[in-house]
Design a protein around this ligand. Structure first.
Ligand code: FAD
Length: 286
């Protein structure tokens, strides 16, 4: 199917190859191969030169560092489910358990999910609610970008030619932080999201919300934070009726599309309902 395939065993070699040719990076291949098959079926050209990063040791692992956690770009959804991580990773963990089926979770990577930049990418809302940074390497060296600046649009990222994602960095939060994730699809499992929401709250010793981050996906070209709702949640006791803080105008920034899975009006309505449910879940789960 492809005219060239390389599987380097070091980051330097991967970057040298990337600098010299027009490669499609491939990790789990769970987006790349279905896209290639689709292209082939319609008589279009799919990716011709595959650069497989699954043998690059530097891209593997989850590291607890002084200021946060580093998640290598080979880390799969299953790795996240199994890892021992603080409670504020619960949103990402819940998302990991709902992506595709077990086979997809075992192969698909978190980095592949953000690089594919689908509006329905399940990792993006929980990672936005964790203030994730994306670590990028290329011939020029390395750089870091907030995830909110990395995803530029539907299937568009800030990656330049010759660059790849080496990992994600999640800044450390205080110990009394909690998170959740809710996804609505046309059925319970093995489904692409119609709408999804991730919430993270940081509490003080009296269980008052010091900081809140709410991110919603599949309801705009790029998943986004709801800053109005986040501000409204601050200062409330976590046991209060948090869902009552959501006002319809806080969703004005969303611009859902009509597609095969749902129309825009349904998506907007669903978004409001799942945000309320997520806030209730957080309150009752404390
Ligand atoms: C049956 C099925 C069910 C699915 N269900 C879901 C679901 O419920 N939710 C969901 O969000 N997704 C779902 N997906 C999509 C897919 O599994 C995920 O997006 C997965 O996380 C992609 O990771 P990957 O490692 O397989 O990416 P790949 O297919 O290897 O790559 C995806 C894209 O990212 C690029 N890329 C990968 N790694 C890097 C890197 N380190 N640096 C630069 N570019 C890179 C590739 O070039 C490609 O453009 C599903 C797919 C299938 C086939």
């Amino acid at each position: 199917m492809s005219e060239a395939y390389e599987r380097p065993n070091s980051l330097d070699t991967a970057l040298e190859l990337l600098a010299r040719g027009n490669w499609t990076v491939i990790a789990g291949g769970t987006d790349v191969y279905p896209m290639a098959t689709d292209a082939h079926a319609w008589g279009r050209e799919g990716p011709q030169r595959l650069l497989d990063i699954t043998n690059v040791d530097e891209l593997q692992g989850i590291e607890s560092q002084k200021d946060g956690h580093w998640i290598g770009s080979r880390v799969t959804w299953s790795d996240i489910t199994r890892a021992s991580l603080p409670s504020y990773f619960d949103g990402l963990r819940l998302a990991a358990k709902e992506v595709g089926g077990l086979q997809i979770q075992n192969r698909g990577t978190i980095a592949g999910n953000i690089c594919n930049a689908s509006p329905a990418a399940d990792s993006v809302p929980p990672l936005l609610a964790l203030d994730a940074m994306v670590e990028i390497a290329g011939g020029h060296g390395t750089r870091k970008l907030p995830l909110s600046q990395f995803i530029k649009g539907n299937r568009r990222t800030a990656l330049d030619t010759g660059e790849l994602v080496t990992g994600l960095f999640i800044p450390k939060r205080q110990s009394n932080s909690h998170a959740t994730f809710l996804k609505l699809g046309a059925r319970r499992y093995l489904v692409i999201s119609i709408a999804m929401v991730a919430v993270t709250i940081d509490l003080d010793a009296t269980d008052t919300i010091q900081d809140a981050r709410v991110a919603i996906g599949a309801c705009s070209e790029v998943a986004c934070r709801l800053y109005g709702l986040e501000d409204a949640l601050k200062g409330h006791l976590a046991q209060n009726d948090l869902a009552a803080e959501l006002k319809t105008d806080m969703l004005m920034q969303l611009s859902p599309i009509d597609d095969i899975r749902a129309d825009a009006r349904y998506r907007l309505n669903a978004a409001e309902i799942i945000i309320r449910r997520a806030l209730n879940d957080l309150r009752t789960g404390l």
